[in-house]
Design a protein around this ligand. Structure first.
Ligand code: SF4
Ligand code: SF4
Length: 368
């Protein structure tokens, strides 16, 4: 059954009637990536978010040159008064610890809203039902402090998931380091080359489960005690610990989607994706390769699946190929979209609407 949506044309202030099928979602598009248009995209969604709003961003790894300019968010921040939110990462980086993570965010220009690292105080577990890989997911304890989220994602390549868009920003982006490890690899860490261990004992002191013993030969993990929090990986600056055996790509993509589903069900979220500085690697790379395609524009939707699907198709069309990220990374991000549809996160069918005219447009028109 078709339904009709009334879409406002911001130029002439008239409402256009657009037919949307039950299995379709609306995705708004703008070609010019400007601060004003990012706000316009958000407003076009017509969602009234109240209370404490978290704006999920990526601050960019130290040395990364492709992360999105925070100034694009200034009008949105002035309007909504959100808090920039992020979580600490798993690997050796300034983004591994809260203080240096916030300092880096400020260095990168995220100075005009408060910053909250959601797992700064503790990791919490959220129960998950009916999923293939998880019966719980791990996030930061501050996640519950917010009433709603705006998920602002840089759509670009990713070495393990083909592309990274809204789904990945929610799943990996809201997960604590323990959650990140559970998606990437096994649920428990492993010790790599222990010969460099200085026996400083920091990992054992920080392990909340008392699972690490420092022996003459370096650290030993008691897997019967380990709770998979990944603190040891973060704590050892020599990189002695790693996240264990890597999950294969299909499993990794499914795990990503399952995490996204749990977080999306916990709090109301809307999504904005920006297609600019599109490199084959993500903003966690300290030396990301230069962008391999020209900027395309920005999109917004209330549907996490439809928004990533539009970006996938626009980037493919721009490159005149079936899958731009399969070409450069050897992995198709479509695995995320298909599994997300299967779990009922959203629709891969969409109606693309020009945010300025309020009229339906084709992918080809968007690229013109
Ligand atoms: S923190 Fe690293 S160097 Fe220190 S004892 Fe643990 S494994 Fe060894
Ligand atoms: S993952 Fe957490 S519980 Fe397990 S050994 Fe490392 S610090 Fe300890």
């Amino acid at each position: 059954m078709a339904i009709f949506a009334l879409i406002l044309c911001v130029s002439c202030n008239q409402k256009n009637k657009i037919e949307v099928a039950e299995d379709e979602s609306i995705v708004y598009f703008c070609k010019e990536i400007t601060p004003e248009n990012i706000l316009k995209l958000y407003e076009a969604l017509g969602v009234k978010q109240e209370g404490k709003i978290g704006l999920k961003v990526h601050f960019g790894e130290e040395g990364n040159q492709n992360y999105l300019n925070p100034e694009l968010l200034r009008p949105l921040v002035e309007k909504v008064h959100p808090t920039f939110v992020e979580t600490n990462v798993l690997y050796v980086s300034k983004r591994r610890f809260t203080d240096s993570h916030i300092a880096l965010a400020k260095e990168h220009g995220f100075t005009f809203a408060p910053i909250d690292i959601l797992d700064a105080d503790a990791e919490v577990e959220f129960p998950a039902e009916g999923l293939k890989h998880f019966s719980k997911v791990k996030g930061g304890s501050h996640f519950n402090d917010y009433d709603a989220y705006i998920v602002y994602s840089h759509f670009k390549g990713h070495v393990s998931s083909g592309f990274g868009g809204a789904i990945k920003n929610v799943s990996m982006g809201f997960a604590s380091p323990g959650g990140k490890m559970a998606m990437h690899a096994s649920a428990y860490p492993a010790c790599g080359d222990v010969s460099a261990c200085t026996k400083c004992n920091r990992c054992a002191q920080q392990c909340p489960a008392g699972a690490i013993t420092i022996t003459e030969n370096g650290p030993v993990i008691d897997s019967s005690k380990c709770i998979g929090c990944a603190k040891c990986i973060a704590e050892c600056s020599l990189g002695i610990f790693n996240s264990g055996e890597k999950a294969n790509t299909d499993v990794f993509l499914e795990r990503l989607v399952e995490y996204a589903k749990v977080f999306c069900e916990k709090k109301p979220m809307v999504f904005i994706n920006v297609m600019d500085n599109i490199s084959k690697l993500c903003d966690c790379s300290s030396k990301a390769p230069a962008p391999f395609m020209e900027k395309i524009g920005a999109v917004a939707s209330t549907d996490i699946v439809a928004i990533d699907m539009v970006c996938h198709q626009l980037t493919a069309l721009k490159q005149k190929t079936e899958d731009a990220f399969l070409d450069v990374n050897g992995i198709s991000g479509m695995g995320q979209i298909e599994y997300a549809c299967k779990l009922g996160l959203g629709h891969k069918k969409y109606v693309l609407v020009d945010v300025t005219t309020g009229k339906r447009i084709t992918l080809e028109e968007a690229l013109r």
